[in-house]
Design a protein around this ligand. Structure first.
Ligand SMILES: Nc1ncnc2c1ncn2[C@@H]1O[C@H](COP(=O)(O)OP(=O)(O)OP(=O)(O)O)[C@@H](O)[C@H]1O
Ligand SMILES: [Mg+2]
Length: 472
């Protein structure tokens, strides 16, 4: 069905006339003959456009318009008015009507106006949707995790956002969400409407970094033809995120310290003192106290930054969060890929839950996205998960069928039952055999010393794909 249009007119002949035109254009049509009915229809049917005759028996047209806009603020309302009613139509537009038509009007005129109103409405909805999504992506609600370690993180974020000045130091292995948390702190704080500016201290050369941060005056160096404001100035009122602060040079550390002490700085080659108000968030995966000991990081800067400290747990320290994260990341991939993924199979979840995740949430995100791409029926299955991950969950290393078949990871007592381990080995052996035989089930069954029926049964049980196996 096409877009829906609500026709509000007390004259039956007019309702029938409009309905016929609109149905021919593939719109779906709802009608109302009184103001009260119109308001009711708007609430229940949420039409995409309303055609409203201002002269109604039960209610003043303006009142109806107001009620419609209150119930469904974004809906475009086109006023249809009798000749001579232009004045009230204009007034209606001031009250939020989209446009007006005076009777008699040409059918084409009406159709074009409806089309335009719809275009505008689609655009508006898209923009507001994108904006909402963007906002949401930054909110702490999107920092998924209910484990005690993550609860602590959530509490810390709450506390930090209550104040809007304290500097924050975030520790965490690669992929644990340092950037995500830095964003959340900014967007939850009173600084949210001001800029969030970030630099990665590891990726910008020292010489460039200084002018990037502080800006420069014209003529400060050979290439400086124009003055340039620095990133710190751009962040005024907002938050400045120094990613990988452990990699900042000692020279810049001294400059940054001076800025933190005075809240002022000079552009490169300049004399004027510039004052800015920013909250500093710094993140690192290095052990800063150790860097201080080794004189690679200034102690005074460290103490300046270490006011509120957040330690993000690795994913293996909070494995209970894996299913929840997997679910969240699947939805994220669904949006990104424009593909519908309904669920993750229990077998696949089991593999995810048992893996150690050295690359933390980022690695899980990559695995899920890849699986979402491979999935054909809206379900992420074990066969969509990389083989080495599966092995990692049962056997520590080495091909299961090869001479180096490794039993090290098989000790009991690490939360896995004997059945789990045996099934894991069985699955690995079967998938290895299938891979070796290029997916030929007869050959693989022979290699494994089982019948083809049993092989098929096991493949189904372990959700291994049939057909020629791509080495996923
Ligand atoms: N708790 C979480 N909930 C949801 N998504 C998360 C979470 N933690 C991390 N992510 C996602 O994982 C990815 C990696 O996170 P992020 O970039 O913040 O990590 P990082 O610690 O900055 O990593 P690196 O040190 O590699 O820069 C991002 O896409 C992020 O959205
Ligand atoms: Mg990062």
């Amino acid at each position: 069905m096409g877009k829906s249009i609500l026709v509000v007119d007390d004259e039956q002949s007019m309702r029938i006339f409009l309905t016929n035109i609109l149905l021919k254009e593939n719109y779906s049509v709802v009608t109302a003959s009184s103001g009260a009915e119109a308001v009711n229809r708007v609430t229940c049917d949420e039409p995409d456009v309303v055609l409203l005759d201002l002269r109604l028996p039960d209610m003043d047209g303006m009142t109806v318009l107001e009620k419609i806009k209150k119930a469904l603020p974004a809906v475009p309302v086109i006023i249809i008015t009798a000749h001579g009613g232009v004045q009230s139509a204009v007034e209606a537009m001031k009250k939020g009507a989209y446009h007006y038509l005076t009777k008699p009007f040409k059918v084409d005129e009406l159709l074009i106006m409806i089309e335009r109103a719809l275009d505008r409405e689609i655009l508006r909805r898209e923009i507001s949707h994108l904006r909402k999504q963007q906002q949401k992506e930054h909110q702490t609600e999107c920092i998924v995790g209910v484990s005690p370690a993550m609860q602590k993180v959530h509490e810390m974020i709450e506390r930090i956002t209550e104040s809007d000045a304290t500097n924050v130091l975030i520790y965490g292995e690669s992929g644990t969400g340092k950037q995500l948390v830095a964003n959340a702190i900014h967007y939850k704080s009173r600084r949210a409407s001001k800029p969030f500016v970030e630099v990665n201290c590891a990726s910008i050369p020292d010489t460039l970094m200084e002018s990037e941060l502080f800006g420069f005056e014209r003529g400060a160096f050979t290439d400086a033809r124009e003055k340039k404001t620095g990133l710190l100035e751009e962040a005024d009122g907002g938050t400045f995120f120094f990613d990988e602060i452990g990699d900042m040079s000692l020279h810049l550390q001294a400059k940054l310290l001076k800025f933190l002490d005075t809240k002022t700085f000079r552009r490169v080659g300049g004399t004027k003192l510039i004052q800015v108000d920013v909250r500093i968030i710094a993140a690192t995966n290095q052990d800063l106290p150790q860097a201080v000991e080794k004189k690679r990081f200034r102690a005074d800067l460290y103490y300046r930054l270490d006011v509120a400290t957040l330690r993000l747990p690795s994913l293996r320290e909070r494995k209970e969060d894996v299913p929840l994260l997997a679910e969240h990341l699947t939805q994220q991939s669904t949006r990104k890929l424009g593909k519908k993924i309904e669920s993750i199979s229990p077998e696949a979840l089991k593999i995810l839950a048992e893996y150690d995740w050295p690359g933390n949430v980022r690695e899980l995100e990559n695995v899920i996205e890849r699986a979402a791409i491979l999935s054909e029926d809206g379900v992420i299955r074990a066969s969509h998960i990389p083989m080495d991950l599966m092995r990692g969950s049962v056997v520590t290393s080495g091909g299961a069928m090869g001479p180096g078949f490794d039993l090290e990871g098989l000790s009991l007592g690490n939360g896995k039952s004997l059945k789990d381990i045996v099934q894991g080995i069985e699955r690995t052996l079967i998938s290895d055999a299938l891979q070796r035989c290029g997916g030929n089930q007869v050959q693989a069954a022979k290699l494994l010393g089982i019948t083809r029926d049993i092989l098929r049964y096991r493949m189904k049980q372990f959700e291994l794909p049939s057909g020629r196996l791509a080495a996923v």
